[in-house]
Design a protein around this ligand. Structure first.
Ligand SMILES: Cc1cc2nc3c(=O)[nH]c(=O)nc-3n(C[C@H](O)[C@H](O)[C@H](O)COP(=O)(O)OP(=O)(O)OC[C@H]3O[C@@H](n4cnc5c(N)ncnc54)[C@H](O)[C@@H]3O)c2cc1C
Length: 422
């Protein structure tokens, strides 16, 4: 099957816009992501999507290019990318293969959370010292062994939405933890070497509490861990997000990706940590727009010489798409620059608004692209119908689904902390 993901123009619109002030490092990493995306990921995307197969070859490329260690600090041999740089690189990858970008998020952000982000959190000197040792273990696995980490948090209940403690439980035992429970939708389930699992520490004689959330890396080879279930979804098919079951799985103390109690602090103080799925969909929105322009200009190979750009309705539709794309891009860029510990209320609300806008506009831009380009554009030999299906998945991702973003904006805009109605 031929897949033409990129327009034939050699100079497509940069994901951050033409004049965005990228650092030298960002320029280098973005160029690398674009090259891999155009030359390697785009040509493979259709078959992986059709067969719902994980993009193993893309991950070999990410490993060989050093991008697997994007957010591993330079001192540990990684690229040392910060939050905004990760988001830009991820969006660039998302233009060419949504499933690769989405799974790249799970892996890279495990390193970001355990690394750069955790530097901003309060720890005792003892916690900091043991965290340093654990970090070194995880970073070395990625840099030296090329290991891939996943982020399976969802359980099908209210825990992944942040509303109750995780039902996957860890009990302290000699030298480590014993884990029992189940996770659903574990992207990278066929590929990850380690699953970064959120679970609740079950303390004797105490109720389960979100404050006791643990973040532990479980090796896929750990006895008692099984990957189960089918994977045949509408979109993001190459993420291969099957279920994980843990039955008396033991992990040693150095499996900790954050010290005890630190995940709860991170979730409360570093809200942008939950916005990291959205760059994938920024990339998809851009790809749907790029495709539409190239298609209407008659530049997509194999779609005939007919040009349709002369019709006013097409021009208006492209203009509408462009307006939505620019609204999306500008909120995206502002929110990724904002990301920091303890943001102000308005910054936090803007992060929800950015996530909502990116996830909803990606779908809308993909919808407009199909309506505007017409029937031939949704043939499976072209990427648009995949972009349309992949775009549909963004607003469903917990904890910041489109619904929950509105929920939080509405509540936080109307109530100050501690305020209640009679
Ligand atoms: C392609 C794909 C890949 C994924 N990969 C991963 C992954 O790697 N790791 C991972 O952890 N998860 C992953 N997920 C799961 C995802 O983050 C969600 O957990 C999942 O889509 C929720 O599905 P559900 O049917 O259980 O939703 P439900 O929990 O039933 O929620 C349905 C909707 O109800 C709303 N809702 C839920 N809880 C509340 C609440 N407490 N208050 C108000 N409204 C609420 C939300 O808007 C939600 O969209 C993936 C999902 C997809 C589609």
């Amino acid at each position: 099957m031929t897949d033409v993901t990129t327009p034939s123009q050699t100079d497509v619109m940069p994901i951050c816009g033409d004049d965005y002030p990228l650092t030298e490092k960002q320029q280098k990493l973005m160029a690398l992501a674009r090259q891999l995306g155009r030359e390697k990921f785009a040509p493979r995307a259709a078959q992986l999507d059709r067969d719902a197969q994980f993009p193993f070859a893309n991950y070999d490329d990410l490993r060989d290019s050093g991008l697997l260690a994007l957010c591993v600090p330079e001192a540990h041999g990684g690229q040392g990318a910060d939050y905004a740089t990760y988001a830009m690189v991820s969006a660039e990858i998302g233009r060419y293969c949504g499933a690769t970008a989405l799974t790249f998020n799970m892996h890279v952000c495990t390193m970001l959370w355990s690394g750069l982000l955790s530097e901003d959190l309060d720890m005792t000197p003892e916690q900091r010292a043991s965290h340093r040792q654990h970090q070194a273990t995880h970073f070395a696995r990625v840099v030296k062994d090329g290991a891939i980490y996943a982020q399976p948090f969802s359980e099908g209940g209210a825990a992944a939405a942040g509303a109750q403690p995780f039902g996957t439980l860890a009990v302290k035992v000699d030298g480590g933890w014993k884990i029992n429970g189940k996770k659903i939708f574990a992207s990278l389930s066929d590929a990850a070497h380690y699953f970064g699992v959120l679970c609740t520490e079950k303390k004797p004689d105490a109720d389960l509490s979100r404050r006791d959330t643990l973040y532990l890396a479980i090796p896929r080879t750990a006895p008692g861990l099984t990957v189960e279930g089918d994977w045949d979804p509408l979109g993001m098919r190459a993420t291969v997000s099957r279920n994980l079951v843990f039955k008396d799985v033991f992990v040693p103390d150095d499996a900790a990706l954050m010290p005890q109690g630190l995940y709860f602090q991170a979730a409360s103080r570093w809200p942008h940590m939950f916005m990291t799925l959205s760059p994938t969909y920024m990339g998809i929105a851009q790809a749907a727009y790029d495709f539409t322009v190239a298609y209407l200009r008659g530049e997509i190979p194999g779609t005939g010489p007919v040009k349709r750009r002369q019709f006013a309705t097409k021009q208006i539709a492209v203009a509408e798409m462009f307006v939505k794309l620019e609204q999306t891009r500008n909120l995206f860029l502002r929110a990724i620059e904002d990301a920091q510990v303890d943001p102000s209320k308005s910054t936090r609300l803007r992060a929800y608004a950015a996530q909502y806008t990116i996830m909803e506009n990606a779908q809308d831009i993909a919808r407009l692209a199909i309506r505007t380009c017409g029937g031939q554009s949704m043939l499976k030999s072209l990427p648009l119908e995949r972009l349309y299906r992949d775009a549909r998945c963004g607003s469903l991702m917990l904890p910041w689904t489109a619904e929950l973003c509105l929920d939080r904006i509405g509540r936080d805009a109307l109530y100050e902390p501690g305020e209640k109605d009679e």
